[in-house]
Ligand binder design. Structure first.
Ligand code: S3P
Length: 170
């Protein structure tokens, strides 16, 4: 098993915030797949979606994970919220390291992402309904793709870091 830790879950579940602190705690590198794709493509995610569409972006995610399997170790990886949706990606993530699903309630997602403009999939008239629908579809996929599930509601970053650290060392 590779010595990376991967955080998956819905937009706004805290993958990046928790991932950065977890990396500090463990003395690991931190990597965010959205940032990685933006750096490599020299385009913003919103631009990739607008110009090339979601499928194109998903293919970049697959290519990114394949590369990371070859190049990363002792790294906490925060993955884009839709990355595990492709079956191939979910399988690749398990090759990449220990996969943790950060499970957040939809109410918490509404609260955190109200007014967010950086996530193309949540733009539109009724973001709450969109979040609802997307979560219904995605949560079972996240559960299936992950080795461990961590509930994030009502826990602060430090508590989450402690919990993931402990579980990862079992
Ligand atoms: C997406 C989540 C985003 C980003 C893109 C698509 C998704 O990442 O990859 O906007 O499909 O859930 P975050 O989960 O880091 O916001």
């Amino acid at each position: 098993m590779k010595d990376n830790i991967i955080l998956i879950g819905f937009m706004g579940c805290g993958k990046t915030t928790v991932g950065k602190q977890l990396a500090k705690r463990l003395g690991y590198q931190f990597l965010d797949t959205d940032q990685y794709i933006e750096d490599k493509s020299k385009m913003k995610i919103s631009h990739i979606f607008a110009e090339y569409g979601e499928e194109y972006f998903r293919a970049l995610e697959t290519a990114a994970v394949k590369k990371l399997i070859e190049t990363t170790h002792k790294t906490v990886i925060s993955s884009g919220g839709g990355l595990p949706l492709r079956e191939e990606n979910a399988r690749l993530l398990q090759e990449l390291g220990q996969v943790f699903f950060l499970n957040v309630s939809k109410e918490e997602v509404y609260r955190r992402l109200k007014g967010d403009t950086t996530r193309p999939l949540l733009r539109g008239k009724n973001p709450e309904e969109k979040i609802d629908q997307m979560m219904k579809y995605r949560v079972p996929i996240y559960k299936n793709a992950a080795e461990y599930e961590i509930n994030v509601d009502k826990k602060n970053v430090e508590e989450l870091v402690n919990e993931i650290e402990l579980v990862s060392k079992m």
